[in-house]
Design a protein around this ligand. Structure first.
Ligand SMILES: Cc1ncc(COP(=O)(O)O)c(C=O)c1O
Length: 358
């Protein structure tokens, strides 16, 4: 019998979250960000489920774009990091991949190439990771024009550093820098919004938004959970209870003996650990659920197992299914307990855990 530790993926919930993004996109078209294997949900099933809804997909790299083509879908695919080498440009043109060029090096590759893919230009509006500085944009544009390489230019992209924090003034600042920098080039499209921007009142959304995490039900906003924002969990991470026992008061459980029972405690071992991508930093009191009842982790997460205190689920027995995150326990809650964000948890589930699709 196969191990019953699984990630159940609700593709209908994914589709509904996409519609929520569209409803919040203020009339912009919505490209679905499906990088990192569809945020850990499986890029093939994710793009197939969004076929007919999302007109465009966005990924980080060429390998991910190829994975979309392997499903047979012909949607345009935006390459958010452009290309790693000049000779990749021809593949973009041939396959409908739209690189986002972010540096003069990449523009030089385009100029030298005979291929002319549709492409975007990334503007550095303040994030300072990638992008052409606003002061250099006019130079980049005239260079593209002179070299007759601007034919495929679709528009401009920028990315926000602090959109997850509605109190930050940085998103408005970046929007203003971006608008100013691109105002000299009317008629081209603009794309700025990650998931968080869909939840900021008065945020201009321009022509295309680029939500990722919200499609998968994770919260893009600091201190809020996905369900609080009207998002539905897409992944339910489940593992079986493989042992139960009484731990007498004063005895410990697991590596490091870090948790010691302060009273006789019925506990259960769950067949999932950091070898499956469950975060080792999730400490005692991190929630899980059995038959809809909340329980808490106790002690350290091992590679293949973790322990839960079964006091909250007195009827729990060996063979029962434990939800590590899903509809009862939100992935954002677990992320907060592990000192991280839902993005890292969802993308971190390893290949040992089969994805089962609904
Ligand atoms: C350039 C770019 N756009 C959009 C996204 C989607 O962001 P989010 O998952 O926060 O919606 C990302 C994700 O990191 C990104 O790098």
């Amino acid at each position: 019998m196969p191990r019953s530790t699984v990630a159940r993926i609700d593709l209908e919930a994914l589709r509904r979250n996409y519609q929520t993004a569209r409803g919040r996109a203020g009339g912009a078209q919505v490209m679905a960000v499906v990088k990192a294997d569809g945020y850990g949900h499986g890029i093939g099933p994710v793009v197939s489920a969004l076929d007919g809804l999302a007109p465009k997909f966005a990924v980080a790299c060429l390998e991910e774009a190829r994975a979309i083509r392997e499903t047979g879908l012909g949607h345009p695919v935006v390459l958010l990091q452009g290309v790693p080498a000049g000779n990749d440009i021809e593949e973009c043109a041939r396959n409908g991949f739209e690189p986002v060029f972010h540096s003069f090096q990449q523009l030089e590759w385009l100029e030298r190439s005979d291929a002319r893919p549709a492409f975007w230009l990334k503007v550095n509006s303040g994030m300072n990771r990638l992008g052409i500085h606003p002061d250099e944009l006019a130079g980049a544009m005239s260079r593209l024009h002179t070299m007759n390489a601007d034919q495929g230019l679709l528009g401009f992209v920028t990315h926000f550093a602090c959109a997850d924090d509605p109190d930050s003034t940085m998103t408005a600042q970046q929007t203003s820098v971006f608008e100013q920098a691109t105002s000299a080039f009317p008629g081209l499209m603009k794309s700025v919004a990650n998931s968080a921007a869909h939840f900021l009142p008065d945020q201009p959304m321009f022509d295309w938004s680029r939500p990722g995490i919200m499609l998968y039900g994770g919260s893009p906003m600091v201190g809020r959970t996905g369900p609080e924002l009207g998002l539905e969990p897409v992944m339910s991470l489940e593992a079986p209870l493989i042992n139960t026992r009484m731990v007498p008061a004063g005895e410990s459980v697991g590596y490091g003996a870090s948790w010691v029972a302060d009273r006789d405690t019925r506990m259960g071992m769950v067949a999932i650990g950091y070898g499956d991508g469950y975060p080792r930093h999730a400490g005692t009191n991190t929630p899980a659920a059995i038959n809809g009842q909340r329980v808490r982790l106790i002690g350290r997460v091992s590679m293949d197992m973790l322990a839960v205190d079964l006091t909250g689920a007195p009827d729990a027995k060996e063979g029962d299914t434990v939800e590590l995150w899903g509809s009862t326990v939100g992935v954002d809650e677990v992320a907060a307990c592990a000192g991280t964000i839902s993005y890292e948890l969802l993308t971190g589930i390893t290949g040992r855990v089969p994805r089962r699709y609904r």
